[in-house]
Design a protein around this ligand. Structure first.
Ligand SMILES: [Zn+2]
Length: 296
């Protein structure tokens, strides 16, 4: 893969880890970003837990979710979610799929998630509900066939988030950072909604409130401020992936220089040790002479 995308793969690895660190995705779930130069392709990690995704794990796929280079590693079974949404939604730049505890009660009960606080407006006015039984009957609940991914994309429609019966949710964004923002705050919103329902009194934001609140959170400053916060929290836990410099495809020439330097240092140290030994021998020998002198 061209090194041109080293920075993008690094950012996608961070997005994976942020969503894991914030409790949106666990061992499962995945995040992708559309290819910046080719809208018919996208980037997604090989099959591994988002919390440990490295830039080098990230592979390129076409919109039929086939890897561009023949894979030598296990791939996510549910990658058709990403490919089929990118096909159906030219405006979408990033896709995330998760089974967050905050949304699962809604995926099980079928109760709608609606925005109930200002940052919750990030999810939009409503998250439609996809029931795989409508078209496919009993399944193992995973979305693995292109037809299942396409069906999910149809239910998502023009919305920003879709709930999946007894499974989880899929969220989209017009950028990777907007996707992360939306995924985290829609989970917060679902949690607050559950709590408010327990208290017995809640109502959604009005359409006007949703529109005005969205205009605020979409400001670049709001996006970068939130990203910086989540990135710092990840870094504090020592969870940042290796930097983009370390994922260069070619071997780093500075490593060879380091090895050469280490060899020279080792030789010099050995020489120094021999010299030190000789000095020590001399030092031991020296006092003998005066003692002999005294005896004289
Ligand atoms: Zn899933």
């Amino acid at each position: 893969m061209s090194d041109k995308f080293a920075k993008l793969r690094h950012e996608l690895a961070i997005a994976n880890r942020i969503l894991a660190n914030e409790g949106v995705i666990d061992a499962f779930g995945h995040v992708s970003v559309r290819h910046p130069d080719d809208s018919g392709r996208y980037f997604l990690s090989r099959s591994r837990s988002p919390e440990v995704v490295e830039p080098n794990d990230i592979l390129e796929f076409d919109l039929d979710s086939q890897p561009v280079a023949s894979p030598t590693v296990q791939l996510y079974a549910e990658r058709v979610i990403h490919g089929e949404i990118y096909k159906a939604r030219p405006d979408v730049v990033a896709v995330g799929h998760h089974h967050a505890p905050a949304v699962m009660p809604f995926c099980i009960s079928g109760d709608p998630i609606v925005p109930v606080f200002h940052l919750g407006a990030a999810m939009g006015a409503i998250a439609p509900f996809w029931d795989s039984r409508d078209e496919f009957g009993d399944t193992n609940l995973l979305v693995v066939k292109p037809a299942e991914g396409a069906s999910l994309a149809r239910t998502l429609g023009k919305h920003s988030m879709v709930l999946m019966r007894r499974h989880g949710a899929t969220v989209v964004g017009s950028s990777l950072r907007e996707l992360v923002f939306r995924a985290i705050y829609s989970c917060d919103n679902a949690r607050y909604l559950s709590e408010a329902k327990r208290l017995g009194n809640f109502s959604p934001l009005t359409p006007g409130e949703i529109e005005m609140a969205q205009a605020i959170y979409q400001l670049p400053n709001a996006q970068s401020r939130a990203w910086e916060y989540w990135e710092r929290r990840l870094a504090k836990r020592g969870g940042m992936p290796a930097g983009p410099m370390s994922v260069a495809a070619a071997p780093d020439p500075s490593l060879a220089r380091l090895r050469e330097g280490a060899g020279r240092l080792a030789k010099a140290a050995a020489k120094k040790a021999v010299a030190k030994k000789a000095v020590a021998k001399k030092a031991v020998a020296k006092p003998v002479k005066p003692r002999r002198g005294k005896r004289k």
